[in-house]
Design a protein around this ligand. Structure first.
Ligand code: ADP
Length: 592
């Protein structure tokens, strides 16, 4: 409980940080809102008393009294409206911005290996998606409690001053409601669990029908009937599960309503009896009936506080686990490598993705000299991409060491280290931003930037296409946010990713299957340009198309996580080993 409270206080702290007066105005709102139910009870009581008094001025007194009440009510309504619809909305945005920024800032320092851990990954997604709305939830949980307690005090005061026995009726009805609620929650939980698979199946089909990535296949193979059947099947299954729980859920619902109706009836009966024996007047009758109804709702609200706090707390635990994540790689500090030529060396490198998975790299010894053109080749799954990821310090070796200019990678500031290395991943990403931003990987700030973009696009052979577009280099990629957006082919996207290598001043350029989406002529042309542009730089190309890489200064042939052969194309062919075998198979396929 203590932890749940401290979690909530932590969230209130975040709210205070983001929007200084939010809590204050929320508390005022809760206080004002708590007055309303009590005011209504008093209006009914006073109205009947005044009208029954027989006084000839009673109508005027009533009018005056109601005017005062309307004035109070107007203040409450106007303040409530301002708080909810004007102040609250803007404050929500501020809170969302501030907390989400905190989360996004932390994301930068999450090691990529954390994404391989499904448990952490789900904590992470919940933290990213839920946090800002949870903070606002925590605030309303507290203000609801405050409002309910204040109303409770007002209503209890009225009840005690008129007839405390009524409280017993309310308490009995609430105890019964809570018991029934517990029963209902148990059934609903079981029901939801059984239904989850069917609902997910239904949602999956829904996604297939609207996500553009599936549209081509589904249309071409005319899979509509197949998936509509699946959809129907999932709905039928939901119906079957529902039938299983129908009776129990209906029975509980009837009992819950019955408890409410019976409480009202018993209260009326009891109050009627008191009226008949003359111990209360008709105004008390109405007041007690109203107050007992209000008391029930208020107590239920107060009881909601603990489960709601517990629920909020679970999400805040996730957020804290996320915020307290200790990174080993993604942190600031260390040497900043200067721009220039660098020697990269891997010594006795071993790597596994997790303590339970097999070695993916083993006994890797490798020296990459400044300006060298290196090709890493080998079959799928031989560990090429993993080796690249380690050279980029996305992962640290399990054992062994990677050095730059004789110093352990870990001695460098990781972000400065990566600023020296450009990479085009096999599964590179292009973003729904302008072509120019996609090339620079930041916003265009000057004419010089524009020129850099144009030159880079020219070098990778994409400029002709881009310059013909209505908005030129400022054309947005994809049509997701802009009707004039452009959709590039796979090959064009790859060229765009490669343009980044020309636009930024990297010392080492790494390309993982850089031209797999290009035809052989385009591939040849682009490779020549890359080699030309990277004349003074170190270039590492990963490929399983060996014709691409035969001019490299050094070819590294990998198999099962090991470097099996290393040398120039000529020396490896002469060696007549595994590289030569793979090269000959590919050459025979290519040339007939
Ligand atoms: P290549 O680039 O030569 O095709 P990879 O380096 O991608 O090979 O993969 C080498 C091995 O590592 C494969 O067996 C692959 O399944 C495994 N692997 C790759 N990424 C991960 C990961 N994130 N978690 C666990 N295993 C992985």
């Amino acid at each position: 409980m203590k932890k749940q409270f401290s979690n909530s206080i932590q969230m209130l702290g975040y709210i205070y940080e983001a929007s200084k007066f939010r809590i204050f105005f929320a508390v005022i709102n809760a206080i004002l809102q708590s007055v309303n139910p009590v005011l209504i009870i008093i209006i009914i009581q006073q109205s009947i008393t005044m009208l029954m008094s027989g006084d000839e001025n009673s109508l005027y007194s009533l009018g005056f009294f109601l005017l005062i009440c309307v004035a109070i009510n107007a203040v409450i309504i106007i303040y409530g409206g301002w708080y909810r619809l004007i102040y609250g909305v803007h404050s929500d945005f501020k809170i969302k911005k501030s907390i989400q920024q905190k989360v996004y800032l932390k994301i930068q320092s999450i090691d990529i290996s954390a994404f391989d851990d499904p448990q952490f990954y789900s904590v992470y997604t919940r933290a990213v998606n839920e946090t800002s709305s949870r903070a606002i939830n925590v605030l309303s949980t507290f203000t609801n409690l405050l409002r309910s307690i204040l109303t409770f005090i007002g209503v209890i005061y009225i009840l005690i001053s008129l007839d405390a026995v009524i409280i017993a009726f309310v308490v009995i009805s609430i105890v019964l409601s809570i018991l029934l609620n517990g029963f209902q929650n148990k059934i609903s939980y079981k029901y939801d669990r059984e239904q989850t698979k069917n609902i997910r199946e239904q949602e999956y089909v829904g996604r297939l029908f609207y996500l553009s990535q599936y549209a081509k296949d589904i249309k071409f193979f005319n899979l509509y009937g197949y998936f509509t059947d699946k959809f129907r099947h999932s709905i039928d299954n939901q119906d079957t599960v529902r039938k299983k729980y129908d009776k129990k859920l209906t029975l509980v619902d009837i009992l819950q309503n019955a408890v409410q109706v019976l409480t009202v009836l018993a209260t009326i009966f009891y109050l009627g009896w008191k009226f008949v024996i003359g111990s209360i007047v008709i105004a008390d009758f109405a007041t007690l009936l109203n107050a007992s109804q209000e008391l029930g709702g208020t107590i239920q609200q107060i009881f909601m506080f603990l489960p709601q706090t517990a629920n909020n707390s679970m999400y805040i635990d996730d957020l804290n686990e996320f915020l307290n994540y200790k990174s080993t790689i993604e942190k600031d500090g260390g040497i900043t490598p200067l721009p220039g030529r660098h020697v990269i060396e891997a010594k006795r490198l071993q790597f596994r993705y997790s303590s339970t998975s097999p070695l993916v790299l083993d006994k890797i010894d490798l020296c990459i000299n400044p300006g060298e053109k290196i090709a890493i080749v080998g079959r799928n799954g031989s560990g090429k991409t993993t080796l690249i990821k380690i050279l980029l310090r996305l992962y640290d070796p399990t054992s062994g060491i990677v050095e730059m200019d004789g110093k352990d990678y870990r001695e460098y500031d990781v972000r400065s280290l990566r600023r020296r290395i450009g990479v085009v991943f096999q599964d590179f990403s292009c973003y729904a931003s302008s072509v120019a931003d996609n090339v620079l990987l930041r916003s265009v700030k000057s004419e010089k930037d524009e020129q850099t973009v144009v030159n880079s696009l020219k070098l990778c052979g994409l400029y002709e296409k881009v310059s013909a577009l209505k908005n030129g280099i400022y054309t947005v990629l994809t049509k997701e946010f802009d009707e004039d957006g452009v959709i590039f082919s796979g090959g064009e996207m790859q060229k765009l990713a490669i343009a980044r290598m020309f636009a930024n001043d990297y010392d080492i350029i790494i390309m993982d299957e850089p031209s797999s989406a290009l035809d052989p002529i385009a591939e040849y042309e682009l490779n020549s340009k890359i080699i030309e542009a990277a004349a003074n730089k170190t270039l590492i190309i990963v490929s399983h198309r060996l014709s691409t890489t035969k001019d490299a200064d050094k070819i590294i042939y990998m198999e099962n996580g090991r470097i099996e052969e290393m040398g120039t194309h000529k020396s490896l062919i002469e060696l007549n080993g595994k590289y030569a075998e793979l090269f000959n198979i590919q050459a025979s396929k290519y040339y007939g």
